[in-house]
Write a protein that binds this ligand. Structure first.
Ligand code: GLN
Length: 232
């Protein structure tokens, strides 16, 4: 019952920097597709949100331990996660991709990763993909907590490649983060808003109702266009 959330404040945990989904603008305000969408849904459904920018893995831990009521963090809906979380309706199609330094002409595909280091984010789908293929291609996986750290490591040569979500890599590359992709996108789960399994059904229902309203009113498309351009 969506009316049950009216006037309530929910703590929603998110990643630190995962542009264009969540990042800080020049005023220090958390913005991005997830942030704008969540605030618009909250407004539409009459609840308040307190956003906690913790990092992806920390956000999941905050949810599991009950310190947060929900997570929105470009979080992929996967069967494994569905065992512990309830997800909203999907709101954005995603998946992972590998990226390397722009000036790296040596790595042309996964076969060139033998003996190399691939960095990925702790607890993320990129890490799952990197680990799954490590043996096959003979590389080592290093896990860190933030996308910004991963990109710095690749640029500075402390890692040879990174696996992260492709919409995030594409956005970063457009913004001149010094990376490039040489392998195809690997389609994965769509993004969803998550709550603990069997808990907060009212919040989930309100999220879904708000999302449907935003899609119908055209506001959802406006938010996408704001961050991705008209082709988003
Ligand atoms: N979509 C990926 C996942 O759910 C990464 C999320 C993130 O890094 N914020 O694992």
């Amino acid at each position: 019952n969506a009316a049950a959330v009216k006037g309530k404040t929910f703590k929603i945990a998110t990643d630190t920097t995962f542009a264009p989904f969540e990042f800080r603008d020049s005023n220090g305000q958390m913005v991005g597709i997830d942030m704008d969408m969540l605030r618009a849904i909250a407004k539409d459904q009459g609840f308040e949100v307190e956003i906690q920018s913790l990092g992806f893995n920390a956000a999941l831990q905050a949810l599991s331990s009950g310190q947060a009521d929900g997570v929105i963090a470009g979080m992929s809906i996967t069967d494994e996660r569905k065992a512990v979380y309830d997800f909203s309706d999907p709101y954005f199609e995603s998946g992972v991709q590998m990226a390397i330094a722009k000036n790296n002409d040596e790595i042309k595909g996964y076969e060139d990763l033998k003996g190399k280091t691939v960095v990925a984010k702790t607890g993320a789908e990129g890490e799952t993909f990197a680990k799954k293929n490590a043996k096959k291609y003979g590389y080592t996986v290093k896990s860190v907590d933030q996308s910004a750290t991963m990109y710095e490591m690749v640029k500075s040569g402390n890692a040879d490649a990174v696996v992260d979500d492709y919409p995030v890599l594409a956005y970063g590359i457009t913004q001149g983060n010094g990376l490039k992709t040489v392998t195809p996108k690997v389609p994965g789960g769509s993004y969803g808003f998550a709550v603990n399994k069997g808990q907060n059904a009212d919040l989930l229902a309100a999220f879904n109702a708000g999302l449907a309203n935003l899609k119908q009113s055209g506001e959802y498309d406006k938010i996408l266009a704001k961050y991705l351009g008209e082709n988003g």
